[in-house]
Design a protein around this ligand. Structure first.
Ligand SMILES: Nc1nc2c(c(=O)[nH]1)N[C@@H](CN(C=O)c1ccc(C(=O)N[C@@H](CCC(=O)O)C(=O)O)cc1)CN2
Length: 280
């Protein structure tokens, strides 16, 4: 019988803890403010941005909203970021991804001050994580660590396999598992004997970007399976990178999609916003 790792419940716990902390900070006269920038009106991005603003409101974090048209130039966006970098009232800057094709995402990420990089995407934040220095940690992998720990699952000494090597999830995920003293293997589309490598995992984190690719045959009996993927199937139903119905037959613990990693991304963004007062 598998344990369902419920991201809705755990993200709510985290948001409630942050709400209490923010109330304490307010009583000491400390206010936190997040600037949220969206370029264009991608419907999924609008939902995520809306949920981020709602989370700010729930916790007591101020938010400034910048909804820019699709035709916004790279120069205009960079100028706005520079303005927010030098605004003392703004603690965190978030630029919702993906950006329209004519804007260079890397340039945008590098323009955000590392002191306000609550997404943890700036090369300085990624570098700090890899050498164990303080800095913002990318929200999705940080959320995965919270899901595992708060479900009472030990990471230390475990065989951890991360499937996927993106800068935003796979790479920081492997660093975080290493920081928790896991024994970490990162695999990807060109890994030989992928199934065998995955079957070694006590903790398998799947961020490969292929709908329902990972079934029971990739999973060791009793393993913890964390699904980072989000896709819509042919019936517009959400699904992950893991074939949940198959995987649950062998996994010891598993996250669903929806209701697993997704809500944690927003909770950890809020956590980074609160953390920003120690970094500024
Ligand atoms: N600047 C950023 N852009 C993007 C990030 C990010 O962390 N920073 N991550 C994703 C999108 N994202 C947050 O921005 C995000 C994705 C999914 C969810 C979520 O709660 N998903 C739900 C399902 C919601 C649905 O109906 O679609 C779930 O899994 O239960 C939250 C945040 C890319 N861009």
């Amino acid at each position: 019988m598998y344990k369902l790792i419920d991201g809705k419940v755990i993200s709510k716990q985290i948001k409630d803890e942050l709400k209490e902390k923010v109330a304490g900070l307010k009583a000491e006269g400390v206010e936190i403010c997040l600037a949220v920038i969206q370029v264009g009106n991608d419907p999924a991005s609008s939902v995520y941005v809306g949920n981020k603003k709602k989370a700010c409101e729930y916790i007591g974090i101020g938010s400034l909203s910048y909804e820019l048209p699709e035709e916004t130039t790279e120069e205009e966006l960079l100028a706005l970021i520079e303005k927010l970098n030098s605004d003392d009232k703004v603690n965190g800057i978030l630029v919702q991804l993906p950006l329209p094709k004519h804007i260079d995402e890397d340039k945008v990420i590098k323009t955000i001050s590392p002191k306000k990089d609550v997404d943890g995407f700036h090369p300085m934040s990624v570098g700090a994580l890899s050498i164990g220095q303080p800095g913002f940690v990318s929200c999705t992998p940080a959320g995965v660590i919270q899901l595992i720990k708060r479900s009472g699952i030990e990471i230390e000494g475990k065989e951890c396999v991360v499937l996927g090597r993106s800068n935003i999830v796979g790479k920081p995920m492997s660093m975080l598992l290493l920081r928790e003293n896991g024994t970490v293997t990162v695999c990807h589309s060109r890994t030989k004997n992928l199934k065998e490598v995955c079957r070694r995992a006590d903790i398998l984190v799947v961020a490969i970007g292929k709908p329902e690719m990972i079934d029971a045959s990739y999973i060791k009996e009793g393993a913890t399976v964390i699904d980072v993927g989000i896709h819509r199937d042919e019936n517009n139903k959400l699904c992950g990178d893991v074939d949940f119905e198959s995987a649950k037959e062998v996994a010891g613990a598993i996250t669903p999609v929806p209701g697993g990693v997704g809500p944690m991304t927003i909770a950890m963004l809020m956590s980074n916003c609160v953390e920003s007062i120690n970094i500024n």
